[in-house]
Design a protein around this ligand. Sequence first.
Ligand code: GDP
Ligand code: IMO
Ligand code: MG
Length: 427
Amino acid sequence: MPVVAIIGAQWGDEGKGKVVDMLAEKSSMVVRFAGGDNAGHTVINPMGLFKLHLIPSGIFYPNVTCVIGNGVVVNPRSLIAELDMLAGKGVDTRRLVISDRAHLIMPYHTLLDELEEKSRGKKAIGTTLRGIGPAFTDKTARMGIRVGDLLDKRSLKHRIKTVLENKNVILERIYGAPPLDCEEMYAEYAGYADKLKPFIKDSVELISSAMERQELVLLEGAQGAMLDPDFGTYPFATSSSPLSGNASLGSGVAPNRIDRVLGIYKAYCTRVGSGPLPTELNDEMGDRIREVAQEFGTTTGRPRRCGWFDGVAARFSAHVNGFTGAVITRVDVFDNFPSLKVCVAYRIGEKEISYFPSSISELEKCQPVYEELPGWQADTTGVRKWEDLPKEARNYVTRLSQLMGCPVNLASIGPERAQTIEVSPIF
Ligand code: GDP
Ligand code: IMO
Ligand code: MG
């Protein structure tokens, strides 16, 4: 059985959690490869409703090993809270593995995230304030502390002491904030080490042996392609790559061993935080989508900005990710809309363009060129077969597929596992 990467194709919150929970039934392993607890993946299944931030969405199956891969930054405090939450709801978490190569989010990371955001003033990115940017910065700057460091307390203490010497200068001199105490931090993290020790392993071997046994391995993405630091709306981006290329780097699965790349798209667009969203609807229609779809952030509870499906961004995303297929989620949100718009190009002044600009100032000038499609005005939430979907709904999904330039494998018509329609086979 192959390796399948599941990738957020827009600005995050496309429904990756739902798709992974559904596909994990046939898999033996789910590996999260990017981001940290900035992610919020909602899963609704017979065990209940769950909002996962770090633990892969395959945790509900007793036969699935869930790996927090080397490409993730781990806040041990939120991970332990998540483990407790799952245990409280009767979910067995013993099959969790945390890569010893993953980096730790430390108290100065969350503090610096907050101070940096404040100092940006009106230009704030609207981060989740989880310390993600500062933690990935330290990884690249070779100042990070890794999950594996928790296993050797003497070296952990030494590492905290060395890094704090630098961080305290920044906190005090740049931000006028009080310094952090090494002993206190060490005691806190030594406590986490005791709790997390049984889960910490070298995950590369584990994943490759599942692949050798021909088992299905899912690589679970976080965030979405348009938040990518290279190809997204930089600097309004996150700090690790949500793209399929990083599914390889963040898990240790070589690029040529990834058999399928599934792009998860919503039937429209949303974004939390600042930065361009070319099809954003600052009107009653935007409010209506937000209300019907209950578009509020899973991690921060912030209202999500809503807009029509952006075919230009969608095609760009399919291209840079190499999607072999797509999943369109939340089709049911449009069940009561008389007509729908999709953006097929951008207009800048008199000029029409079909590429996604790299510069923010150019993106801000882009006016969407819309095509209007008829709605279906029927309840799709109980439909299970493609041919039973109203003709207009099939036409809508087919049009999105043309715009993305890749086949649609699944359409989702509700948040539950069973509310999924096969449009074309994934394999
Ligand atoms: P993720 O971050 O990509 O996992 O997505 P989130 O969990 O942040 O947001 C997706 C939201 O859409 C969640 O509340 C899901 O329960 C919900 N959802 C997923 N698929 C569907 C669908 O097809 N229809 C509806 N109505 N809701 C869905
Ligand atoms: P999932 O996995 C939506 C956004 C933040 C902010 C920007 C940078 O649930 O799809 P960060 O805290 O990462 O430094 O914030 O990225 N963001 C997300 N938006 N879904 C997510 O994850 C996100 N993770 C980060 O809102 O605009
Ligand atoms: Mg989310």
